[in-house]
Ligand binder design. Structure first.
Ligand code: AQP
Length: 331
């Protein structure tokens, strides 16, 4: 029996290099080893409703789905669907909501950083980890491939599953584990290497992220103006955060050993490293972009993949939801 993996990305903006190296790239890489379920988590994307423009939202959802396939997710090997097409996600989230102590939610760092002191923030933002736990637990997931930023949310899902299994032993929820890549798990913003590269920041700040569909000239501009320091050190252990971010990205994309990279770029001035990174990024994104444009030329194909994916997802999610319902005594 292959282990089951589940993961997803929110259609909150343009997918960036962090989403790719931190998550989607490793989904694609390990497809043959696992039973894979990949979802566009569109319900999560409305937790900041001010950012939702209905027409644009629809386009972003389909863009993310097409990018999954363009990045190498093979629908013959992986189930790909939209979260809102499988009603059990919302239904399971309600049951889990009622079994989650409120204090657990107030402790989540993503909520604290996104909500700040804004009292008008939507309940959905606070509740985000519960919906994510529902996503994961519905599929009896063994492993969740994510970037470093999502680790706390996976721990939340584990704690919640353990709590429910004690309260209702017949629920038999599977305890999931995170699967975090050894390199590229936390790509930082090019304009500010102390902040994680993020879709929502990229919506308002040019030069923050590299979008998977960015043109070569835009990629070049963003990398060449990436924040570094005034030195010329290119050593992984002692580099400042901006240079370290560039070195990390170069390491992941070039597949070269650190010693080889340091020998090439240390003491050279950062222009050489930046130019070489531009080449790596453009080379990596070219085939993804070509496949993406092929896919968007045949929308019926994508539609068919998503319908088929939702059917398979429903058959698994429905059984788990029913198990919890019965364990809790629902008729
Ligand atoms: N900077 C990053 N480096 C490595 N991995 C990252 N991921 C996100 N940013 C980085 C991983 O991408 C997957 C999808 O993330 P998400 O859409 O569910 O939400 P997120 O983590 O909140 O991603 P963003 O880009 O920062 O979106 P917004 O701005 O909407 O919040 C996850 O596996 C995540 O770890």
């Amino acid at each position: 029996m292959k282990q089951r993996v589940f993961s997803g990305v929110q259609p909150t903006g343009k997918l960036h290099l962090g989403n790719y190296v931190g998550a989607i790239r490793q989904w694609a890489k390990h497809q043959d080893d696992h039973d894979n379920i990949f979802c566009v988590v569109d319900l999560h994307a409305v937790t900041i409703p001010e950012a939702v423009d209905p027409k644009l939202f629809r386009a972003k959802i389909l863009e993310v789905a097409a990018l999954y396939l363009a990045c190498g997710i093979d629908p013959e090997k992986s189930t790909v669907f939209l979260q809102s097409h499988v009603a059990e996600h919302s239904q399971m989230a309600w049951l889990l909501n009622c079994l989650t102590p409120l204090g657990w939610l107030y402790r989540m760092t993503q909520f604290k950083s996104k909500a700040g002191n804004n009292e008008g923030v939507g309940t959905g933002l606070l509740d985000y980890p519960v919906l994510m736990a529902a996503d994961i637990l519905l599929y009896d997931t063994d492993r969740v491939p994510v970037g470093e930023d999502q680790k706390q949310h996976i721990e939340f899902a584990r704690d919640l599953a353990q709590r429910i299994n004690v309260m209702f032993p017949d629920a038999k929820l599977k305890i999931p584990a995170p699967m975090i890549p050894p390199a590229g798990a936390r790509v930082m913003g090019l304009d500010d290497p102390t902040a994680k590269m993020s879709k929502s920041i990229a919506e308002t700040k040019n030069g923050h992220a590299i979008g998977l569909l960015d043109t070569p000239s835009r990629i070049k501009k963003a990398i060449m103006s990436a924040q570094t320091d005034s030195g010329n050190e290119a050593l992984f252990e002692s580099a400042g955060p901006g240079v370290r971010n560039l070195l990390d990205l170069y390491e992941v994309l070039s597949n070269q050993d650190r010693e080889v990279i340091e020998a090439e770029f240390h003491g050279q001035g950062y222009g050489k490293l930046k130019k070489a990174l531009v080449e790596q990024v453009v080379g990596c994104l070219e085939p993804i972009q070509a496949r993406y444009h092929e896919l968007t030329d045949s929308p019926d194909y994508l539609d068919q993949i998503l319908r088929h994916g939702a059917e398979r997802a429903r058959s698994i999610a429905g059984a788990t939801h029913e198990r919890l319902r019965k364990a809790m005594g629902f008729v």
